[in-house]
Design a protein around this ligand. Structure first.
Ligand SMILES: [Zn+2]
Ligand SMILES: [Zn+2]
Length: 157
């Protein structure tokens, strides 16, 4: 990254106030870049898709607690997914791959503040959308991120 790339100014909120924090657009991005764009918080069915993306396909746990614990929760059968600050635990199996993540979902009996609910809370990191020289638009974090912190989902049709 050269020095010119570091000097960006952002203003308008791409999410239109839908996110917990604004997703800012760099001032030099032309308005036409978002003329056929809709910011949504939920996954939506794309053309030709027969599966309802809002359907929960994983079973829920029966933990009637504030926050689930690995010893008693089948959602955490591969261990504690996140630390107390919501950062992904970086433990790997012996084969070098990361463990799968099964977050608690709408069918789980635990509270909404369960430590095993991170990705579903949407954007909590300040993000900026900017123009690149030859690759269209890019997204960058506008704050320093600790290792393992969830940033955002991004789906494009
Ligand atoms: Zn549980
Ligand atoms: Zn659960």
């Amino acid at each position: 990254m050269n020095k010119e790339d570091m000097i960006r100014t952002y203003s308008q909120d791409l999410s239109g106030g839908l996110e917990n924090v604004p997703v800012l657009i760099e001032n030099s991005v032309p308005k036409e870049a978002f003329s056929n764009f809709q910011y949504v918080l939920e996954s939506v069915q794309g053309p030709g898709c027969d599966i309802d993306p809002s359907a929960v396909t994983l079973p829920g746990c029966s933990c009637r607690v504030q926050s689930c614990l690995p010893d008693s929760c089948h959602c955490l059968r591969f261990g504690q997914t996140y630390d107390s600050k919501g950062r992904l635990n970086q433990q790997q199996e012996d084969d070098g791959f990361s463990r799968p993540v099964f977050e608690c979902n709408a069918l789980c009996a635990c509270s909404e503040s369960c430590q095993n609910r991170v990705v579903q809370k949407w954007v909590e990191v300040r993000l900026g959308v900017f123009s690149t020289k030859d690759r269209g638009l890019g997204v960058e974090a506008l704050e320093r991120l600790p290792c393992g912190r969830f940033v955002s989902w991004l789906h494009c049709l």
